[in-house]
Design a protein. Structure first.
Length: 605
């Protein structure tokens, strides 16, 4: 297919429709063609709309968003109400079709239903989950009956899975209306509208190519609208800070991890303690999160609204470290020599014999990115689906080998997804840091190792997608239930997915990464398990993130001297190739320098 803007890889979006009339049934990024007897609705989309959305659609594919994602469906259903449409019989005549096509492209739609709440002002994930838990208790359902929870601006959308009372979406919406006053009084939220929405699904068009392009254009345009909503929320927050006299330095960052929210039924549990082993040390001048009052009478769980722990670094130490970093960045010759010395460094021991074994080679994404034998993660072979203990992953510690801080690993392959979840389970991990898009420049970087919606079983590990929150254009936050079907034990974990770091380069700014790291560390605070960090091969972007995080954590503990080159050698002793390029090393120096500068601004003068 040749199309202006050189969009050539369209096979991933929608099935091509031929002579017979079909209905599009969402199935990830693909779809299935089935005959339909339902009446359909025709939408007309103009050519200028198609052309305007081309670039956005490329980004949609790179970010791994699918037709079924709630954010896509919510905005799509709202936007399509503005597009002219007419209901037609199931078999329109050809002359009618020609008449419509002279003005634009035709889309035929059928609908399914989901539940929506609309509020008078934007809300955060915590408020949405609180409301749903109250509703579930009131109508005698479990909170696990609600899936695909999504909060976008003033809208809360979710779906209901099959439950013991066989309640449909319409019945749940009706009961929510009857309990409106109760929900408002308990949450302090003003519910403007409650109901069952329509999710649009593409069916038939004049040709397969036209339908593919139209669908891509509409979804892409609506994604732009989603970003506009996020920007509006950010602007509103800045205005609120100004009225409160907080200024650019004021306001605590807020983000709510679903796994913490699910614990609010344990009312007897004491408030979360502060662990200085991993703190967020960045000045709140970078905050872009929505505010949530820590004194709210409706909050019965620890949240992330408290002020982050202050760094133990004093002003003189901070200025000394900052001067050291700035000198490195200014002196390009010194930086080049230091990088050359790092490239010549040889770890000892450095055997990768296990990874190169005949039964393990197909488990490696790249032959040059292999774990050392002495630091590789070992799976329990007796419960492994292949009865083997190998996975391309390395244990990374800071100062104590008995307390691993990270697990650096490659993006899972299609046949190693079950091994990945076994590693997550056996190491008790609660946080996953994903540093790559699923696809970049048409090349797959990582297998999608979580369900598109609902749950999926990977060997003996059932993964349930609880929520997916687009925090900003740079990263997503997903929450999962992870269940071992053999033991029936269930855990919760959070995945932070960074989207703005290209495979063959570095980000244009350090700010998104520093903001991303703050969110990760606020979620991790108080835990002792390793953080899983992966990109595509588990070396370049993975190593750069680990290096930055490790150095900044040392500073937060009050370390007086920082040697980033020595720190890089230390982590390279545990996994080869961490931080692949000089640009990545320089980016790490820049990120640390900007963080130190932010800390100094936050310290009392």
């Amino acid at each position: 297919i040749d199309y202006p803007g050189k969009i050539r890889s369209l096979k991933w979006l929608i099935c091509i429709l031929f002579v017979c009339m079909c209905v599009f049934i969402p199935d990830g990024l693909f779809g299935q063609c089935r005959s339909s007897k339902q009446d359909q609705v025709q939408y007309q989309v103009s050519v200028p709309v198609l052309k305007r959305m081309q670039e956005v659609l490329k980004q949609l594919m790179l970010q791994g968003l699918s037709w079924q994602d709630d954010i896509t469906q919510y905005i799509l259903s709202k936007e399509l109400k503005r597009v002219p449409h007419t209901t037609q019989p199931s078999k329109p005549n050809s002359s009618s079709s020609s008449s419509h096509l002279s003005h634009g492209y035709l889309l035929n739609m059928v609908f399914t239903r989901r539940i929506m709440f609309f509020f008078c002002s934007p809300l955060d994930l915590y408020d949405g989950v609180k409301l749903l838990e109250l509703l579930a208790d009131k109508i005698h359902l479990t909170t696990s009956s609600f899936i695909n929870i999504s909060v976008v601006g003033p809208a809360l959308t979710f779906r209901i899975r099959q439950n013991e009372h066989n309640m449909t979406a319409a019945e749940v919406a009706a009961k929510a209306v009857s309990e409106k006053k109760f929900l408002e009084s308990e949450t302090g939220l003003k519910i403007v509208q409650t109901g069952v929405g329509e999710v649009t699904r593409v069916s038939e068009g004049s040709s397969g190519t036209v339908i593919t392009l139209v669908s891509m254009a509409v979804v892409g345009g609506l994604l732009v609208l989603a970003m506009a909503v996020a920007c509006l929320r950010h602007y509103t927050q800045q205005v609120a800070n100004g009225k409160l006299g907080l200024g650019p330095e004021g306001g605590a960052e807020t983000h709510f991890d679903y796994q913490e929210l699910c614990r609010q039924h344990m009312a007897s549990k004491s408030s979360m303690g502060t662990d200085t082993s991993r703190v967020s040390s960045v000045s709140s001048q970078f905050s872009d999160g929505p505010q949530h009052s820590p004194s709210s009478t409706h909050s019965s769980t620890p949240s992330w609204s408290e002020e982050p722990a202050q760094s133990n670094m004093d002003i003189s130490t901070g200025h000394m470290i900052l001067a050291y970093m700035e000198d490195h960045l200014r002196n390009k010759d010194r930086l080049q020599k230091e990088w050359e010395a790092l490239c010549s460094y040889q770890a000892d021991p450095s055997s990768v014999a296990v990874a190169q074994g005949p039964s393990n080679m197909d488990k490696n994404r790249h032959a040059e990115s292999l774990p050392y034998d002495h630091s590789r993660v070992k799976l329990k072979s007796e419960v492994n689906s292949n009865k083997q203990d190998y996975i391309n992953a390395s244990i990374i510690f800071d100062h104590d080998p008995r307390q691993p801080a990270y697990i650096a690993t490659q993006g899972p392959l299609a046949h190693t997804v079950a091994d990945f979840w076994q590693m997550v389970w056996e190491n008790g991990c609660t946080v996953i840091v994903m540093m790559t898009a699923l696809v970049e420049d048409g090349e797959k970087q990582c297998e999608r190792y979580w369900p598109d919606e609902g749950s999926s079983l990977y060997h003996i590990y059932e993964v349930n997608l609880v929520s997916e929150h687009i925090w900003c254009k740079d990263f997503l936050v997903r929450s999962f239930y992870l269940k071992n079907v053999q033991t029936q034990e269930t855990r919760t974990l959070t995945q932070f997915h960074l989207l703005s770091w290209p495979a063959d380069g570095i980000p244009t700014s350090t700010r998104p990464l520093l903001d991303f790291r703050r969110k990760v560390n606020k979620c991790y605070r108080g835990r002792s398990c390793p953080i899983i960090v992966h990109c595509s091969d588990g070396t370049g972007r993975t190593g750069t993130y680990i290096l930055i995080d490790m150095v900044l954590n040392r500073m937060a503990k009050g370390v007086k001297e920082i040697d980033i080159a020595a720190s890089l050698e230390h982590i390279r002793d545990q996994r080869p190739g961490l931080v692949r390029t000089k640009d990545q090393f320089e980016f790490a120096l820049t990120a640390v320098a900007e963080e130190v500068n932010a800390i100094l601004k936050a310290l009392p003068q």
